[in-house]
Design a binder for this molecule. Sequence first.
Ligand SMILES: [Mn+2]
Length: 405
Amino acid sequence: MIDISKLPMRIAIGQVNELSDEFLTFAKQLGLQDVQMNLYHLPPDMKDTGRLEFHDLLRLASRASERDLRLITIENVPIRFYDKIMLGQEGRERQLENMQETIRNLGRVGIPIFGYHFISTGVWRTGWDTPIRGGAISNSFKLELAKHAPLSYDRVYDEDEMWANYDWYMQRILPVAEEYNVRMALHPDDPPVPILGGVPRLFRNFASFKRAMERHPSRMHGLDFCHGCWSEMRGGAGVLEAAEYFGTQGRIFYVHMRDVKGGCDDFTECYINEGNSNIYKVMKKLREVGFNGFIIDDHVPKMVNDSAYGHRGRAHATGYLSAMLDAVNMLTPAQTRDYTAIPSESLVEVHALKSALPPPKKTRGRKPKDNTPKFKIDRKAMQALPTEPMIKGGGRLRFGGEIEL
Ligand SMILES: [Mn+2]
């Protein structure tokens, strides 16, 4: 498997559930090397067995590598793969076996990160056609409208049992992630409010992430730092502190970079450069703390004549983030410590760790070397596999009409 601890902080693209030729070409044209996939919905040509199968993942990884791209992360599986785990219902043992096998399969194929969430009722919005700058289409959330929604399940769940369910899952899945070297990256609840539809939303603030990371302190456990959600949590305040706290500990595995206007009880998703946060300051902070994962856009506004995938909105966001990365790379020295090598037991408070950091290296006048290794699939190993029809390229990109985590 690729040693991702050696990669630089970089921009990637994804939020697709199939690797069409068009998408891969788009990624190449944007000058990127990493692609992420979001399998919140499975594409029709992927077997639905209640888990992600080795052969399906291998085909996906090889499709990317054929274009000299790395399939760096699979984010999400359909909620029905682990809803009983999240809710502590009968049948969770079977789902656990499938999730463990999914992690093993990611490891066997060499996909180093699995993005996950713990939101059995998914992302909530109250407006899906909210006009923003220049008439672009976005989405919005008002708690006032959502709080009277009927129960999502048969009863109201309480926070303690949701934590018990989470702990039960982590205690059983992380040892497999350790064994197979797959990093599990936790996405916040979106929107990060205490409860919706009778189900508490655990990962809605700094304290809950701190608790999750401290109770399950594996090197393979970290954050999918959804900047949009962190911005929703406190109306932008505290984003930098959270990025610093978890980033310094090496626990931010990747970043969803989008922004909103407003706080968790009333917000609208917006263009990347008009939200609560100063994105330059966030990128600078990530670089300063030695973050060396990837950053992708997330949800983007639908621009004039945009595609279902949102190519125009994504080209804008990705171009903006690429330029911002160039700027911070020129102006901000990165720490060079390999944070991923920090043993779990020694994860300590941010200030203690910071004092142990080497001083920033001066990079003025020198171009940083790109040591990015190339990721290739072993074709001999592939030929030895049972033959199954390959995924046909050029399929339609399905995301965009519906919001993903
Ligand atoms: Mn997100």
